[in-house]
Design a protein around this ligand. Structure first.
Ligand code: FAD
Length: 262
């Protein structure tokens, strides 16, 4: 496992890519070399107002490290106001990432901000197709641009809740998934997004005999496995999302109550 350490990196850019969604680039070549898709960084906001660090998934390690985040509360609002040139302190790389190497063509299934770690997976995979879902056109368009640049990505399937992205479908990714999996061309499925979406995806993947990995998001305090605030029930007992995950083999959650009850 890669050792995590404290980094201090300059913010190269911090721009709004859709309403309330930001893309931040960090000048962090050393981290880019060691980070694995699915791992995250835990950011210390440069103000005495905030004691707890804020976790964000590593979305890209090509040409610098990138994160994408939605402004949901005080911490992410503060983050969105930081200017290029600011030095950011964070711990990284944290957690265990996607397994990557054993699979040939992987289907990446993401919803909302859960698409972020799948982008870094697509950068490292040999062959991938992507199924992403968002609330509306604005929330999927920037992701489509990011995935379209990657040589390993063949096809991008898109759903929006309101049907506003006309080249995609109206509805949820889980509505579209059975049809996509019926093509029978994948060796694995990686998923990240709302629990209900990941659970539906995992069931469908497992029913099709596919290996499936789930990337969880939980409120966490230390990010280092000490405080237990992010523990989650699995078929193998309680585990820590920050340390044992955030990526897990979906078979650890095959019982509905083990995923929905957390
Ligand atoms: C491993 C991991 C990776 C993550 N990656 C990303 C990412 O790539 N992009 C992104 O936008 N967000 C990501 N998150 C969620 C992100 O950490 C939270 O949105 C952020 O910490 C909220 O901070 P805040 O001070 O703005 O909100 P707060 O003021 O603390 O809370 C505001 C609202 O956000 C919700 N919230 C707070 N923390 C979390 C959390 N950990 N998960 C879900 N909801 C939360 C609260 O329930 C509340 O409704 C990730 C979380 C984890 C654990």
């Amino acid at each position: 496992m890669t050792m995590s350490e404290i980094f201090e990196s300059e913010i190269k850019s911090n721009v709004e890519v859709a309403p309330t969604i930001f893309k931040m680039e960090l000048d962090a070549p050393e981290l880019a070399k060691i980070a694995k898709p699915g791992q995250f960084l835990n950011i210390k906001l440069p103000s005495n107002e905030f004691t707890l660090r804020r976790p964000l998934g590593i979305a890209s390690t090509l040409n610098g490290v990138k994160v994408f985040y939605r402004v949901v509360g005080r911490g992410t609002k503060f983050l969105s106001e930081l200017k290029a040139g600011t030095i950011l302190n964070y711990v990284a790389p944290l957690g265990n990432g996607f397994s990557l190497q054993e699979h040939s063509k992987v289907l990446l299934v993401g919803g909302g901000m859960g698409i972020a770690p799948l982008l870094s997976a697509a950068e490292k995979l040999r062959e991938a197709e992507v199924l992403i879902g968002g609330k509306n056109k604005a929330e999927v368009t920037f992701w489509i641009k990011e995935f379209s640049r990657l040589p390993a990505v063949d096809i991008i399937f898109v759903t929006t809740d309101d049907g506003s992205y006309h080249y995609g479908r109206k509805g949820f990714v889980t509505d579209y998934l059975p049809e996509i999996l019926s093509a029978d061309k994948y060796s694995a499925v990686y998923t990240c997004g709302p629990d209900v979406m990941m659970y539906g995806t995992a069931l469908e993947a497992i029913a099709n005999g596919l290996h499936c990995e789930i990337c969880f998001e939980r409120r966490m305090a230390c990010g280092l496995g000490a405080c237990l605030s992010c523990s989650i029930e699995t078929v193998n007992g309680r585990k820590k999302v920050c340390k044992d995950g955030p990526v897990f083999d979906a078979r650890e959650f095959v019982e509905p109550e083990n995923i929905l009850g957390n």
